[in-house]
Design a protein around this ligand. Structure first.
Ligand code: GRF
Length: 191
């Protein structure tokens, strides 16, 4: 089976990235990770990627206009032959030009039950609102933040005494299961 070349964008610890790398090792997984890119050269996930033998692009966005940085990263992704992009804790808003260049081929995982709680502090906002459930969503990336079509979700209960951290930990377990599965299903459907 020919696997679709996948690029992963991270800014931090990269636990979802690690799960995607692990899942890609299976013979029947429809993607292979060919590049991990980060706007933060200190991102802990970069070392994880390198230890797994994956090429990395690690450049700070600081001092560069957003569109310029994004086009440099875009060039690295295209040079690596990337067909699909997975955002995995990429904490910088992408320029419209970058996003539209990957329409239908870039996915993100967001730690809320979209369309609830786009943006930051999703778990704290769910607790404050008195929600009974939290969760995570895998969605297509469009120029509007956290707004593209949702392709998969997982739910967890919000328990009495939960803090943003305890809820985040419960949701993260589901993220690690959901993202590799949802990405594989999407790529199988879209080639
Ligand atoms: C995850 O909760 C993800 O949903 C959000 O940022 C966090 C990244 O965590 N977008 P990690 O870097 O994958 O460990």
């Amino acid at each position: 089976m020919t696997k679709a070349p996948l690029g992963i964008l991270i800014s931090g610890r990269g636990s979802n990235m690690a799960r995607l790398i692990e899942a890609a090792r299976a013979d029947d997984c429809p993607y292979e990770v060919v590049l991990v890119a980060s706007n933060n050269p200190e991102a802990a996930g970069l070392a994880t990627a390198r230890n797994a033998g994956i090429a990395t692009f690690a450049h700070s966005h600081k001092g560069l206009p957003r569109a310029e940085f994004d086009m440099i990263m875009d060039g690295a992704l295209r040079d690596a032959g990337v067909r699909y992009i997975a955002l995995a804790g990429y904490m910088r808003i992408l320029s419209d030009a970058f996003v539209t260049g990957w329409t239908g081929r870039m996915l993100n995982i967001h730690p809320s039950l979209l369309p609830l709680y786009k943006g930051l502090d999703t778990h704290g906002r769910a607790i404050t609102a008195g929600d009974a459930e939290g969760g995570c969503s895998v969605h297509l990336v469009t120029p509007e933040l956290d707004d593209g079509r949702v392709i998969a979700q997982a739910r967890v209960p919000i328990l009495p005494g939960d803090t943003a951290d305890s809820l985040a930990a419960r949701v993260l377990v589901e993220e690690h299961r959901l993202y590799p599965e949802a990405l594989a299903a999407y790529i199988r459907d879209h080639g």
